[in-house]
Design a protein around this ligand. Structure first.
Ligand code: SAH
Ligand code: MG
Length: 205
């Protein structure tokens, strides 16, 4: 990824260390540009910078699905709450303006498309095959598994499935993404690699 985008990533709100972001970027470069990529959990656009710049390099596109109302842990009183993301008019979280600004500053508007809505409902209406799916939305057991079940059938053979916040040891973090990872393996996805808490697999043929 070029230095300007790395610098922008460094000052973008989010939950992705550079080492993991660069690994994600590399997956984006290796994913076939014949089909779009999709992430669940856009937040303020940090992971979308890494994937979107890959899309720009290969001539692909990234859809970023998020209702932009925050996960449970982003709400007031929780660990990952950021009061600056609260819409003063309604008191609700709204990360969409931050997402748009990040993609604008990154010069990636032609390659990153925000889809604003609840993941499972969007997935139910989605038919386009995907070359890469990045799951980083709701981190509870039910939403994380629902994202996997809703979106993974759209992956073409050999496509990448990347999952964030995979912690095999419960001491390190919540178990839902790890359970998605083990479920994917059981479903025939082939383990590809890891960087920090990011794990990736390839869709069975
Ligand atoms: N990938 C981001 C972080 C995502 S945080 C980064 O790199 O920083 C998780 C995001 O998932 C939040 O923005 C939240 O609004 C979104 N989210 C949680 N549950 C969701 C759901 N059911 N549908 C759509 N988005 C959801
Ligand atoms: Mg994450």
């Amino acid at each position: 990824m070029n230095g300007r985008l790395m610098e922008l990533a460094g000052r973008t709100r989010g939950f992705m260390p550079a080492e993991e972001g660069l690994a994600l970027h590399q997956l984006g470069l290796e994913a076939s540009p014949s089909h779009p990529m999709l992430e669940v959990g856009g937040y303020c656009g940090l992971s979308a910078l890494y994937l979107g710049s890959a899309a720009q390099e290969t001539g692909s596109v990234l859809f970023s699905v998020d209702h932009h109302r925050g996960s449970e842990e982003n709400q007031a009183g929780w660990e990952h709450h950021d009061p600056e993301l609260v819409d003063a008019r309604t008191g609700r979280m709204d990360s969409l303006p931050f997402f748009r600004r990040t993609i604008e500053l990154g010069g990636l508007e032609a390659h990153v498309f925000a889809v604003v809505g609840a993941s499972v409902e969007v997935a139910a209406a989605w038919a386009t095959p995907l070359s890469l799916l990045f799951i980083d939305g709701g981190h509870g057991e039910e939403p994380a598994m629902a994202d996997y079940e809703g979106w993974s059938p759209r992956l073409v053979p050999g496509a990448f499935l990347a999952i964030h916040d995979v912690f095999p040891d419960p001491v390190d973090g919540g178990q839902a993404p790890f359970h998605v990872f083990t479920r994917a393996r059981a479903d025939g996805f082939v383990e590809g690699g890891a960087a920090g808490s990011l794990r990736w697999l390839r869709a069975p043929s």
